[in-house]
Ligand binder design. Structure first.
Ligand SMILES: Nc1ncnc2c1ncn2[C@@H]1O[C@H](COP(=O)(O)OP(=O)(O)OP(=O)(O)O)[C@@H](O)[C@H]1O
Length: 252
């Protein structure tokens, strides 16, 4: 059930950030009993994700759960990075162009200079080099990084580096963004800012997060525990139950 948020421009910390209204493609991710078994070193098979059933068409879906509960596995199945050993992931009407954002942006920065990295991501879409550089500058400016075009990716702060990784993903004009704990390495302010960026992309977002403020800004929350989907509801209902699941009496 989509949850509407009132606009509160300019806020950068604290409460969940407002989401700008945006056109969202009418696409559904059908997770039809998708799950994953892996083979251990001794040859034994281990189920790391029990079959998940969920039709996801909301603008922002947050996936929460303890370490090792199966969040990243679900994200990788949705993004097509891993094939399910059970069930399937389908899309209707058609599979989206999907961009994946990792917790550690260094995993996806390829070129040493910021502008070069974005231009590299644009190569599939724009053949002309000057047009590519112009588009790279436009994307960087849209993320407030216009003065970092010539910077080394190694000299950036973690927050800037995560934004450059996002710029690289946006360069491919994704129709779905899958983000695996994208604010984990960021401080409070950078995390709030990055959260706001992701929420205002106007592109459907599925993200795993331990940041419950971020999850609270989603339209729908999936809760995982020990490799199973154990709750699936709107944030106002799912997050308090997740707190009780994770913290027991300490949830308050
Ligand atoms: N290819 C694999 N081979 C072996 N084990 C795997 C594989 N993929 C996932 N696992 C295991 O499955 C479990 C769930 O992992 P997953 O990364 O999905 O958890 P998570 O909820 O994202 O955890 P975290 O919050 O720590 O990132 C873990 O025990 C992990 O070691």
């Amino acid at each position: 059930m989509p949850v509407e948020h009132a606009a509160r421009p300019g806020q950068s910390t604290g409460e969940p950030e407002p989401r700008q209204s945006a056109e969202r493609p009418d696409r559904t991710i059908h997770v039809d009993g998708a799950g994953l078994d892996v083979e251990a070193a001794d040859g034994a098979r281990r189920r790391v994700l029990a079959p998940v059933h969920a039709d996801l068409s909301e603008g922002v879906v947050a996936v929460v759960g303890a370490n090792g509960s199966g969040k990243s596995t679900l994200l990788r199945l949705i993004a097509g990075l891993v094939e399910p050993s059970l069930g399937e992931v389908r899309f209707s009407p058609d599979p989206p162009r999907t961009g994946f954002i990792f917790a550690d942006p260094t995993a996806q920065l390829i070129m040493p200079i910021v502008g070069e990295d974005i231009a590299f991501s644009l190569r599939g879409r724009i053949r002309d080099r000057r047009a590519r550089n112009a588009e790279s500058r436009r994307i960087l400016a849209s993320l407030g990084l216009e003065d970092r075009e010539q910077a080394s990716v190694h000299d950036l702060s973690s927050g800037e580096r995560q934004k450059v990784a996002l710029a690289g993903v946006l360069a491919a004009e994704p129709e779905l963004v899958v983000a695996d704990e994208p604010t984990t390495l960021l401080d409070l302010r950078a995390s709030a800012e990055f959260r706001e960026r992701l929420l205002s992309l106007g592109v459907p977002l599925v993200l795993a997060t331990h940041d419950l403020d971020f999850a609270a800004a989603a339209d729908r929350v999936l809760v995982f525990d020990d490799g199973r989907l154990v709750d699936d509801d709107e944030p106002a209902a799912a997050i308090p139950r997740y707190r009780r699941l994770a913290l027991g009496d300490r949830a308050g």
